[in-house]
Design a protein around this ligand. Structure first.
Ligand code: NAP
Ligand code: ZN
Length: 349
């Protein structure tokens, strides 16, 4: 075991304080990563505040990790010291069930091992990327393509793959009309990715405050959901709606915006149930679905797609001392569009 520095919260209310955590000694297939940047995802907040159920404290969140390999286990074949790598929301899975064999490890029938707040196969409580180092089995480590800097790579590991996967699965492409609900961390990546896939993209935000940004990110249209006219004007018009909102929304109002055979896919994960009126679905053979991150193979495909299309998230880099402040801004929908912690500021504390 060895010691890493970390920023942890000791209760649902926080605040974050500097602490040390143990990382395991390397097993034959493990790599040790020196973390350079860690993104702040709204899921970190839902989890740490106990909104999705009780968790253990101290808790070190962070599942958008980018760094450098500094040591490899004796049987590692995929990585070498010095490689630029990423780790997303999961660090292990059973590897044997039908979903793992299909490369959909996020849907492991045994439950994937989360990067934080999970128990791993060694019986240890996992701790995430708001930390200087992490040890991960090589099968759950991603290569970051040369064209992508480490600071902007970090948010791709969750916000990027969580939006890429449903856009691909539900066929975002030229001739398709895609709407993105909520222009935050996930939402702004959904806009960039859907645009790069050739779809006609509409942002549905609470207000028009970020309209100029949305259009620059690649949206063709931008509407405020606080304006009832929006729902009249856009009724029946989308093939696919990706809902990234972290809170409860009026689902039936958004379902009414789908065309025949359209699908509304929820990636937003509020703790409260969303109510579906079946008449919102049956009249136009609509679907309501959900999607969870993406598998490891698809995550690498997304990273390569971003390198090829020069897609990177819009980030605001912060120091490790600013995490509490950044969380408050995420909660106030005041993020443009992902906070990324510069882990070197923790190294020096
Ligand atoms: P975020 O940066 O906070 O973005 C959420 C956006 O939703 C906000 O920027 C805001 O956009 C909108 N919003 C917030 N509160 C709202 C409200 N009360 N009513 C209407 N709109 C509201 O969060 P994120 O990191 O993108 O994460 C979004 C959600 O996805 C979270 O619930 C997170 O846990 C979940 N998530 C799921 C997965 C998965 O695998 N399914 C992966 C990662 C995250 P506007 O200001 O434009 O309205
Ligand atoms: Zn996330």
């Amino acid at each position: 075991m060895f010691t890493a520095k970390a920023r942890a919260t000791f209760s649902p209310e926080g605040p974050f304080t500097l602490t040390t955590i143990e990382r395991r000694d390397l097993h034959p297939h493990d790599v040790l990563i020196e973390i350079k940047y860690a993104g702040i995802c709204h899921s970190d907040i839902h989890t740490a505040r106990g909104e999705w159920g009780p968790v253990n404290y101290p808790l070190v969140p962070g599942h958008e990790i980018a760094g450098i390999v500094t040591q490899v286990g004796s049987e590692v074949t995929k990585f070498a010291v010095g490689d630029r790598v990423g780790v997303g929301c999961m660090v292990d899975s059973c590897g044997e069930c039908v979903n793992c064999r299909e490369g959909e490890e996020q849907f492991c029938l045994e439950g994937n091992t989360g990067t934080y707040a999970s128990i791993d196969k060694y019986g240890q409580y996992t701790q995430g990327g708001y930390s200087t180092h992490i040890v991960v089995t090589e099968d759950f480590v991603l290569q970051i393509p040369d064209g992508i800097e480490l600071d902007v790579a970090a948010p791709l590991l969750c916000a990027g793959i969580t939006t890429y996967s449903p856009l691909r699965h539900w066929g975002a492409a030229p001739g398709k009309k895609v709407a993105v609900v909520g222009l935050g961390g996930l939402g702004h990546m959904a806009v960039k990715l859907a645009h790069a896939m050739g779809a006609e993209v509409t942002v549905l935000s609470q207000t028009l405050k970020k309209k100029e940004d949305g259009l620059k990110l690649g949206a063709d249209h931008y509407y405020a959901t606080s304006d009832p006219e929006t729902f009249k004007k856009l009724a029946g018009s989308f093939d696919l709606i990706i809902n990234t909102v972290s809170a409860k929304i009026d689902l039936n109002a958004f379902l009414s915006l789908l065309a025949l055979d359209g699908a509304l896919v929820n990636v937003g994960a509020p703790a409260e149930p969303l109510e579906v009126n079946v008449f919102s679905l049956i009249g136009h053979r609509r679907s309501f679905a959900g999607s969870l991150i993406g598998g490891i193979r698809e995550t690498q495909e997304m990273l390569d797609f971003c390198a090829e299309h020069t897609i990177a998230p819009e980030i605001e880099v912060i120091s490790a001392k600013q995490i509490d402040e950044a969380w408050e801004r995420v909660l106030a929908s005041d993020v443009r569009y992902r906070f990324v912690i510069d882990i070197s500021t923790m190294e020096n504390e």
